[in-house]
Write a protein that binds this ligand. Structure first.
Ligand SMILES: Cc1cc2nc3c(=O)[nH]c(=O)nc-3n(C[C@H](O)[C@H](O)[C@H](O)COP(=O)(O)O)c2cc1C
Length: 183
């Protein structure tokens, strides 16, 4: 079984990366884990041409979308962890979601990823109101849903400004990992 952990922000060694390291350690007995960062992929913006609604193919040249979708296609569990940027998913990952329209089940034909996957959504922010994180996990669940991936667990972490703050969230992160491990 393979788990793909996706850092939806561009910071490779910050709070999101630390949470991903903790999740990876907790699920590694059940899964072969691969961790990636959206910043590792060069992704053009969707131009809104909608040709993929007719062809299920993107009119743009292949780029990082191809590589990241291949990782998602190969995974049994997809775990996206997103920092809040102005109360939203960071633009880099939102650009990826927009470019996944060829895979969206809102139109025919559309591309598909292999079935049987489970999705998990986590969000973190500096502020203390969880509603902002819940909106982000809701957006991630919406993305999964249009790919036919059920969202099987969510984690909302508030009061996380940087990597050092993550150690205070160990219990919440481990409870989230129990869902991923099916406990
Ligand atoms: C551009 C930017 C925008 C941010 N916007 C918000 C925000 O709207 N609400 C909030 O609570 N935190 C916000 N933050 C704080 C991050 O969500 C928080 O510091 C998070 O822990 C950063 O994770 P990272 O270390 O992986 O980048 C923002 C941070 C950045 C860099």
């Amino acid at each position: 079984m393979k788990a793909l952990l996706v850092n939806c922000g561009p910071v490779r060694d910050g709070a999101t990366a630390e949470i991903i390291r903790m999740i990876a350690a907790s699920v590694s007995a059940k899964y072969t884990v691969k961790s990636v960062c959206i910043g590792d992929y060069a992704i053009r913006f969707c131009t809104g041409c909608r040709s993929c609604h007719e062809t299920a193919e993107c009119a743009l040249p292949p780029d990082g979308v191809t590589a990241l979708m291949a990782e998602i296609a190969a995974a049994d569990a997809v775990i996206c962890v997103s920092p809040s940027y102005w109360a939203e998913i960071p633009a880099q990952f939102k650009a990826f979601i927009d470019r996944c329209t060829p895979w969206s089940n809102t139109h025919e034909p559309h591309r598909t990823v292999p079935g049987g996957k489970r999705g998990y959504a986590a969000a973190l922010r500096t502020g203390l109101n969880p509603a902002e994180c819940e909106r982000i996990t809701g957006s991630l669940a919406h993305f999964y849903g249009h790919l036919g991936i059920p969202c099987c667990g969510r984690l909302c972490l508030t009061g996380v400004e940087n990597k050092a703050d993550v150690s205070g969230k160990t219990d919440e992160i481990l409870r989230f990992c129990e869902k991923i491990n099916g406990e």
